[in-house]
Design a binder for this molecule. Structure first.
Ligand SMILES: *[C@@H]1O[C@H](CO)[C@@H](O)[C@H](O)[C@H]1NC(C)=O
Ligand SMILES: *[C@@H]1O[C@H](CO)[C@@H](O)[C@H](O)[C@H]1NC(C)=O
Ligand SMILES: *[C@@H]1O[C@H](CO)[C@@H](O)[C@H](O)[C@H]1NC(C)=O
Ligand SMILES: *[C@@H]1O[C@H](CO)[C@@H](O)[C@H](O)[C@H]1NC(C)=O
Ligand SMILES: *[C@@H]1O[C@H](CO)[C@@H](O)[C@H](O)[C@H]1NC(C)=O
Length: 903
């Protein structure tokens, strides 16, 4: 968890700068290459003419008959998707009973199924009315430059060279072997803008790429063929000439596709380069001023060349470090700037006006919803805002983050996109973030992730629509695309089907809904409150998330469809009420039925409009409640020291074990968000530098004070430890994983020996006796299958011990599930395991890439499973994620609730 947070800090803003100097050998003869390079430096007339050519699509692009990205027929067969419900991407249009014909890398046609056009010679996918959408466009990923599994040797997304690196290009670090490309596409995301990280104010140039598997022919060329319409500034390996212009790519001399750049304000560069915000503004302005000077020199030079009427013998003024910034000032670059806070947004809006350049999007921008009118003052038009749906509060810049931000910004006519920042969150599931935003009132979520995102990238002439002549990037979904758990049945990229049909079609057939997703929740009152509480939210005096109901008041819920209730055996039972009532008096359910007899006069009435009541949820968290703001040391308890020896744990000079109960921070931002997300209790363990971290506590995230009744439910719940790569971090003492497991074995034996010797001693020593006796569960975090196996074997030595393995990404590997079940070892999982870390590379990807998930395999083997968080903010998404995971594992709703409550 600490690892991912670190990545987040480094990633959270990046800049992309574009391309280097043109170094094409010599001007090419007609016909031009698919991607005509910039004119060579010595062709002064051509260089000058190119300066004022606007960037964008080639002139006759709309008339193309094949895609410049078309693949050979054996990889991209002629394909028709029959009888689909098509979201076209245009004006929210939905076409029922449509056939979509894909040929030459394009959508060749969209016709009525009832017309029954012959499909002889075409591969046919019968959609049976399922939804088909354009491929999802994620405008913020680091796939390829932060490739997975993450290893020190392949982290290529942040430069340490300087805070201003406009000549860096994400393409130069793009690892074609990143395992993310295929996984991301399996969730329907077909295009990603690959941005450098955010450790620099100007991080470098970005490239929009097609995701998915590489075709055999492209793989032999490397990774650059993923780039969509490379700009003229990019000197590409020689490409074969194509005759004519049937792909529409023939460009006027000097014309180029848009370039893309990543810039970043605020914390990340500040930390990396030890700057203040004033220094950052100075860095930006100095750079823009140097670029403006060069631009003026070029313009003056070209004016002289023109007036003299003949090529100058002077050299065209250029600078490989500045040329991409000059293109920014010429409006040829889609600038994407990571800026969270009002201070940063404001400074950057000033820069755009001082140096007169347009901005494509502010990214992260957690405070953007507080200053919509400021955004509208950006030079050249209002930028889009790229947000996370629920991820927030991980640093000071993110404390005002609100799930209502997309809805509020949209109400000001500001374009919003949800983005993954992959691998900070998983681009595979970025559409789920849009669904979450829709739940909180964001209109047109599907448009924002398809044609809307394509427009922000300047690529809406070819991406984002299911209409004739667009790229053949389409997704066929197993259910309405914005419903929970929506999973592709097939994904097509440039005409190439990405998924194994037998696996994908095993997906549950869902009833076809006429809406692209469920109706938005009725959160109007909370939306209005957040919309009006800006300054109080910044001051942490008001919550940016929905508030829980005041516990002191009695409530009658009306129009309740279902109640799930906890039974004495820890089971969750479902009762259908079909529009009935539930009365809560003194914090207890007093009545649940068709209509409650006594109508409570003082009681507040809440119309659930067919909603559901579930018990308060419980989960296990790394650091929830132990830091108000995860990345700020001053808001937390710090980290328990790593203990590297037996003596340090139980010897005479052992330090006491940390108890989370001593340091829970009541009423913290994450705690309140967690409570608002339905959690009434959380088990938190002390944060530590590794190995044994201390004793967890079970506490109420809704409590505002340590003295509240039942603020602490159990002051000691379990002893926690972690088997991890301690030697890689200097902050931690060097200790191999074998030594850590050995130390654990020795500690357990000491506990066992002391039981036999009837010894009593220090608290620390007694703890191990209690663990061995089974009085105190031992929770050990580990991911890799071999570590989990070693821990299960340890459990064999102590039959009474209650061992729980946390993290456990590879728990479904090989014979482990059965071994876990036999040893009665419990497992705490994230609902969606993910192969971010090397130690998780053998996780199960789940549908549509594998039939099974880690959860389904463990459940079948009879292993006890519950769901945990890795990072505090994830509580806000846990119920969504749990429901999704439970459904994929074939569990009932009640069993899904058990995974985040009684289990
Ligand atoms: C399309 O699918 C729907 C839902 O399965 C079905 O009712 C309808 O008859 C199908 N239409 C055609 C033309 O096959
Ligand atoms: C937020 O408030 C502004 C007025 O201050 C209003 O124009 C806007 O529509 C509101 N947005 C929402 C989503 O209620
Ligand atoms: C909303 O923004 C779009 C462009 O982003 C603009 O064309 C339109 O006029 C705006 N509408 C209003 C009501 O401001
Ligand atoms: C209960 O809610 C459902 C779903 O919103 C609605 O269709 C129904 O009319 C409501 N019933 C009553 C009695 O309000
Ligand atoms: C802890 O919570 C459980 C229900 O989850 C409850 O039965 C028990 O009484 C609580 N204990 C304390 C001390 O509050």
């Amino acid at each position: 968890m600490a690892r991912l947070l670190a990545c987040l800090l480094l990633l959270a803003g990046a800049g992309v700068y574009w391309q280097l100097l043109p170094v094409w050998p010599s001007p090419r003869p007609e016909p031009p290459a698919p991607h005509p390079p910039a004119p060579p430096a010595h062709d002064v007339a051509a260089r000058c003419a190119a300066l004022h050519m606007p960037s964008g699509p080639p002139q006759h692009f709309a008339q193309r008959r094949r895609s410049d990205r078309a693949k050979p027929a054996d990889e991209a067969p002629r394909l028709v998707v029959r009888n689909a419900t098509v979201f076209t991407g245009h004006n929210e249009e939905v076409r029922h009973g449509a056939d979509v014909w894909l040929e030459h890398g394009l959508i060749a046609d969209v016709t009525e199924s009832s017309a029954r056009r012959s499909s002889d010679g075409w591969d046919v996918i019968e959609a049976h009315g399922r939804w088909l959408t354009p491929g999802i466009v994620d405008i913020h990923v680091h796939a390829g430059v932060y490739s997975l599994p993450s290893l020190a040797a392949t982290m290529d997304h942040n430069s340490a060279a300087s805070t201003l690196t406009p000549s860096l290009r994400s393409l130069d670090g793009l690892n074609p072997h990143d395992v993310s490309f295929e996984r991301i596409a399996s969730g329907g995301t077909t295009t990603g803008l690959v941005l450098p990280g955010s450790a620099n104010n100007v991080g470098g140039q970005a490239f929009p790429i097609k995701l998915g598997k590489q075709t055999r022919s492209d793989a032999r060329l490397g990774g650059w063929k993923r780039v969509i319409d490379p700009p003229a500034s990019l000197a590409l390996p020689h490409e074969e000439q194509r005759k004519g212009n049937d792909d529409g790519m023939q460009r006027a001399a000097g014309q180029s596709a848009f370039r893309y750049m990543k810039m970043a304000c605020g914390e990340n560069a500040r930390r990396r380069y030890d700057m203040t915000r004033m220094d950052e503004a100075r860095a930006f302005r100095g750079l823009f001023e140097r670029a403006r000077t060069l631009k003026n020199q070029q313009d003056a030079f070209c004016a002289r060349v023109k007036s003299k009427g003949s090529p100058s013998d002077e050299v065209f003024p250029d600078d490989i470090e500045l040329e991409a910034v000059v293109d920014v000032l010429r409006g040829k670059v889609k600038v994407n700037t990571h800026c969270y806070t009002t201070i940063d947004l404001e400074a950057y809006v000033r820069h755009t006006n001082e140096f007169k350049f347009p901005l494509a999007a502010f990214h992260h921008a957690h405070e953007a919803y507080l200053v919509p009118d400021l955004l509208k003052r950006t030079y050249g038009g209002t930028p889009a805002v790229a947000l996370f749906s629920l991820n927030g509060n991980y640093k000071v810049e993110a404390i005002a983050g609100s799930p209502f931000a997309p809805a509020i910004l949209a109400s000001h006519n500001i374009t919003v996109h949800l983005k993954s920042d992959h691998p900070v969150t998983d681009s595979r599931r970025v559409l789920n973030q849009a669904a979450q935003a829709a739940h909180y009132g964001f209109p047109n979520a599907l448009t924002s992730m398809t044609s809307g995102a394509a427009r922000t990238l300047g690529l809406d002439h070819r991406l984002g629509y299911v209409l004739p002549k667009y790229d053949a990037d389409v997704v066929l979904w197993d259910r309405a695309p914005l419903s929970l758990g929506a999973t592709p049945v097939q994904v097509v990229i440039d005409g190439v089907p990405q998924l194994d049909r037998s696996l994908a079609e095993a997906a549950v057939a869902h009833q076809v809904s006429h809406m692209p997703g469920p109706p938005a929740a009725d959160l109007a009152a909370e939306l209005e409150r957040v919309n009006e509480s800006g300054p109080d939210i910044i001051a942490l005096q008001a919550s940016a998330t929905p508030l829980p109901i005041d516990r002191a008041s009695d409530v009658t819920f009306t129009n309740v469809s279902v109640v799930f209730a906890r039974t004495s055996g820890g089971k969750i039972e479902r009762t259908a009420l079909r529009g009935g009532e539930v009365q809560v008096v003194d914090g207890k359910i007093a009545c649940a039925g068709k209509a409650c007899a006594s109508s409570l006069s003082k009681s507040r009435k809440i119309d659930l409009r067919g909603g559901t009541i579930i018990p308060g949820l419980t989960t296990v968290s790394g650091d929830l409640g132990l830091a108000d703001i995860t990345s700020e040391p001053d808001t937390s308890d710090g980290f328990a020291s790593a203990r590297s020896s037996f003596a340090a744990l139980v010897g005479d000079d052992a330090r006491p074990l940390a108890r989370a109960a001593d340091v829970i921070q009541w009423g913290g931002n994450d705690a309140l968000r967690t409570h608002a997300a339905g959690f009434t209790s959380v088990v938190s363990a002390p944060r530590s530098q590794g190995f044994v971290s201390g004793l967890s506590t079970r506490w109420a995230p809704g409590a505002l004070d340590a003295w509240e009744h039942s603020a602490i439910n159990a002051s000691v719940v379990a002893l926690h430890a972690e088997i991890s790569h301690l030697q890689t971090s200097q902050a931690r003492s060097a200790l191999s994983e074998a030594e850590q497991i050995g130390l654990l074995r020795a500690l357990l034996r000491s506990g066992s020996d002391r039981i036999h010797a009837h010894a009593s001693g220090s608290d620390n020593a007694d703890v191990w006796q209690r663990v061995v006796r089974g009085d105190l569960p031992l929770v050990v975090a580990a991911s890799r299958a071999e570590r989990l196996s070693a821990l299960v074997k340890l459990a064999h030595e102590h039959p009474h011990m209650r061992l729980v393995l946390a993290g456990a990404h590879e728990a479904a590997h090989g014979g482990l599930p059965e071994a876990l079940a036999r040893a009665n070892v419990g497992v705490l999982l994230r609902p969606q395991t993910w192969n971010v870390e090397y130690d998780a590379r053998r996780d199960l990807p789940g549908p549509p890439l594998s039939r099974d998930t880690t959860l389904s395999v463990l459940r079948k083997a009879g292993v006890k499973v519950g769901f945990q968080l890795e990072e505090a903010w994830q509580a806000t998404s846990l119920l969504w994620d749990a429901a999704w995971a439970a459904e994929q594992a074939g569990l009932k709703q009640a069993e899904a609730i058990e995974l985040v409550s009684t289990k």
